[in-house]
Design a protein around this ligand. Sequence first.
Ligand code: ADP
Ligand code: ADP
Ligand code: ZN
Length: 216
Amino acid sequence: MSQPHVLLLGAPGAGKGTQSERLAEAFDIEHVTTGDALRANKDMDLSHMDTEYDTPRAYMEAGELVPDEVVNEIVKTALEEADGYVLDGYPRNLDQAEYLSDITDLDAVIFLDVSEDELVDRLTGRRVCDDCGANYHVEFNPPETEGVCDKCGGDLIQRDDDTEDTVRERLRVYEENTEPVVEHYRDEGVLVEIDGEDTPDDVFDAVKSAVEDAAN
Ligand code: ADP
Ligand code: ADP
Ligand code: ZN
């Protein structure tokens, strides 16, 4: 097989970003994440489209999904440019899953399973580096010096949408729109389900094995 095509599924806070970063490095593949791509283009003008809000920012701050036509385009371009990839944060509804199946083939579909209470604790305690995007948790994965990135010395901030109210809304949106996507891959018999509540190292061992198995 050439470089693997990996899809990592899981609720907000399940550890997709944490594990994708490690996979990208271990297999020398691209980390394609719609969340980061949208945060880098928060104020993109959508007013020419027939959408509820005029910028990605407005959807993200409300915890709602950014319209499919916007994210589909981002993913198409990113996948065209990647040899192997780990896709994180997409597809988030069945229409996106259908679009994805039209533009690429997947080697492994992995689901990180984490309970709702744990998700809320992880998201409200998450901190990210303002400069390099590295990911921390005030309790589960603290930096050496509070508020400072271990990797680059940048400031650690809390994402606007990691507040308790928005987190609840994102989990609701996940249940309504994205759980059917997980179900879809499970029905197809391709879903590898992993206990996402283990330590990051143990979760990574399981994720890595799943990708290696898919390659054989
Ligand atoms: P996602 O990309 O799925 O939203 P992240 O990878 O950003 O999830 O993880 C959410 C938060 O949980 C982060 O603060 C991260 O440091 C922490 N985290 C990730 N994996 C684990 C784990 N296995 N155990 C405890 N905390 C974790
Ligand atoms: P997390 O995995 O921690 O929930 P992300 O960084 O993946 O967070 O996503 C943050 C926000 O970006 C989402 O709440 C949503 O508004 C938007 N977003 C990201 N990916 C998609 C997608 N595939 N479709 C629609 N909106 C998306
Ligand atoms: Zn940093």
